[in-house]
Design a binder for this molecule. Structure first.
Ligand code: PPE
Length: 326
């Protein structure tokens, strides 16, 4: 009998060659199709359709411990995007938006988490194999766990080092990037691993025409001659953090445009930062070994990052419609 040895993707390191891979912190229960199951028993059959072909849609949502208790940031928008992803993929969700939003809140509550990251995943279950999913069931799982800073301990203060990827972001007629689809993330994983192996924290991908698109799991902003710019929604995910930052910038009378810009515009920008639920608002201090601006978190990044954290931490109550109490 052959017993293969336990082997990870790369020897002695994690899949990206990181010698200090961080471990997921388990919580107690995971919601699976209407019932809570123990974390260690939240399993699926190995012939689950999505596991083979990547047709699945997911969300990443954060719950913050604020001054007045825990709140989920922009829950409604995340649930809406999950349903839009499913609609674009022609997956029939067997729940209402209200059911899903309630199940998300319940998942945070039952795990007694004060702050956490929440991952709803819609997937095509076991049934037929082959590309046509046939009558396979559409399943939903919701997990929540404690997840600290995504891009490293001091990323939010000192900024990260990024590399423009050798991989191109999705073409509009290859992948419909309004949907947050599991399979699309192979492109992100390749770019992330390439960047990490070369010693950078994150990759920035260009679109098929060579313009800046997005990070592996973040949208990109630059400050150029005092104007805040971000990429238009052609080949990127419509980030909910991106939307929040655009709104906060407008409220603060910072001039804002959504237009394409090039790789060299990144290099000469006064400031660059990335936004995402996991990454939050992260300054970029260096790209392709070129210092960005002063090499420190710039004033616009600082202002918007502070405005964002004041809202999610309950210091600023002016955007109550973005917050769902747990
Ligand atoms: N672009 C991509 C490709 C992306 O995956 C994300 C979120 C964003 C932009 C920003 O979207 P938003 O979170 O709505 O502001 N990436 C999620 C997954 C990260 C992961 O490693 O998993 C996230 O941040 O939750």
């Amino acid at each position: 009998m052959v017993t293969p040895s336990e082997k990870s993707w790369t020897d002695g390191t994690d899949a990206c060659g990181d010698p200090h891979p961080s471990q997921l912190t388990p919580s107690e229960k995971i919601w699976m199709d209407g019932t809570f199951v123990n974390w260690n028993e939240a399993s699926v059959h190995v012939l689950t359709h999505s596991l083979h072909y990547g047709m699945g849609a997911f969300e990443g949502i954060r719950c913050y411990r604020g001054k007045n208790g825990s709140i989920i940031f922009r829950l409604r928008e995340h649930v809406d995007r999950l349903f839009e992803s499913a609609h674009i993929m022609a997956m029939n969700v067997p729940y209402s938006r209200k059911d899903v939003a309630e199940a998300i809140v319940e998942t945070v509550r039952i795990n007694k988490l004060e702050s956490c990251y929440i991952r709803p995943l819609l997937y095509v279950g076991y049934g037929e194999m082959g590309l046509y999913p046939g009558n396979n069931p559409v399943k939903l799982a919701i997990a929540a766990w404690s997840w600290g800073t995504y891009l490293g301990e001091d990323a939010l203060v000192h900024g990260i080092r990024a590399k423009v990827s050798s991989f191109t972001r999705h073409h509009v007629n290859v992948s419909m990037t309004r949907a947050k689809v599991s399979g699309y993330y192979v492109n992100s994983i390749l770019a992330k691993c390439e960047a990490k192996k070369a010693g950078y924290d994150e990759a920035i991908l260009l679109d098929t025409e060579g313009y800046v698109a997005e990070g592996t799991g973040e949208n990109v902003f630059i400050v150029s001659k005092g104007v805040l710019k971000t990429t238009p929604l052609t080949s990127i995910l419509e980030g909910i953090t991106r939307h929040s930052i655009l709104e906060l910038a407008r409220e603060k009378n910072i001039p804002v445009v959504e237009e394409r810009f090039t790789r060299d515009a990144l290099y000469v920008a006064e400031e660059v930062f990335l936004t995402g639920t996991a990454a939050e608002v992260a300054p970029v201090r260096e790209i392709d070994d070129r210092q960005i601006g002063t090499g420190k978190r710039g004033p616009v990044t600082d202002l918007l990052q502070k405005a964002f954290f004041d809202i999610v931490k309950g210091e600023d109550l002016s955007h109550g419609q973005w917050l769902t109490p747990v």
